[in-house]
Design a protein around this ligand. Sequence first.
Ligand code: PMP
Length: 428
Amino acid sequence: AAESADPCCAEPLPVLGRDVTVPLVTGGEVTYAALDYAASAPALQRVWDDVAAYAPYYGSVHRGAGYLSQLSTDLFENARRTVAEFLGCREGDQVVFTRSTTDSLNLLAAALPADCQVFVFETEHHASLLPWRDARVTYLNAPRTPGDAVRNLERALADRDPYGPALVCVTGASNVTGELWPVRELAAAAHAHGARIVLDAAQLAPHHPLDIAELDVDWVAFSGHKLYAPFGSGVLAGRADWLRAAEPYLAGGGASRTVTRRTDGGVDVEWHDTAARHEAGSPNVIGAYSIAAACKALTEAGFDALVARERQLIRTVREGLAEVPEVRVLSLFGDDAPRVGVISFVVDGWNSSHFAAALSAEYGIGVRDGLFCAHPLVRTLLGSAPDEPGECGAPEAAPGERSLNAIRVSFGAGTPDEHVERFVRAVK
Ligand code: PMP
């Protein structure tokens, strides 16, 4: 695909589930159109094949002297290097394997230095909004332009205690609007005020090249299952100092270098100061291996081609939705904002949950409905009161009433044109 003369014409990457058929209420069946990539993307066939090729060699990691244990340990540590390369990590950065983005951000929250101030926009996914609640956290209002985001942050940082540690947490691409955030500018603002910054790249990494050094962010967090690699794995990558100074995220084997019994009856522990410090317990070697396989597959496919193709799909969806007067697409930064293939909308006169259910039952299309684990943002975009209900997936509004939740369509490297074309036809 990377070598295709016209990257817009590149084929979708092969993914699992391409041939899955589902029954329709209207009779017959149809191939399933998975348009909920923002929640979990289908695994790339390449990733699946890589994992299957490795599976016979599966063994314990970091423990055994046996040949397969040694091999598994090598593959696990090579996976770390592959991820570091994929992210453009700097000398001395650590790559910690976690369960997910949520896990990665909670790990960083647990590793904050004492008295750390945290700055986070209210527009964040709950995974980036909530882990800091035990710290001194400032929630910033939703900006209406990328420039506002930078100015709001600068204002808040200018007022902060300039001597204590501080952390800014921001998303790279919104899981609601798909809009890209001005990460480089926010990182510059953070650093100008002596703060660190962590990038929630859950939605950015699958759609965009990502370079931690070039963006100049201190940490990046993302999830394997959104990056075409299932198996419950995630990554926190970046500066080693805070991670090394913190208590291990979990206490247990693997994180400890030596454990000794004290004469007073207690136990002393010397913890590792590598990534292993925060990876206690038997690591998810398949998860790590599959993330690395996905990083390789995406790099080989070439982000230029993937981005160009996705742009085409975004255009098809947005132009199609624009032809339906009852549809309102949700956006913070406006129509011209650069974005990834994540688009949320409401349909006048329709309850979003019923609409999403109809897309599934009548067209075999899987989208998401709800508040997308970003309740404050979706409420702002819908013009709801801050305390108005609208739990994920709950059909609160009756048809004809203002919807209290939204519909989200999302797609990526494995999406054939037919899926988005069917979606537009179905909405119409
Ligand atoms: N951040 C963003 C922007 C997300 O979209 C998501 C998942 N929807 C998360 C964090 C959390 O990811 P996970 O559920 O894999 O922990």
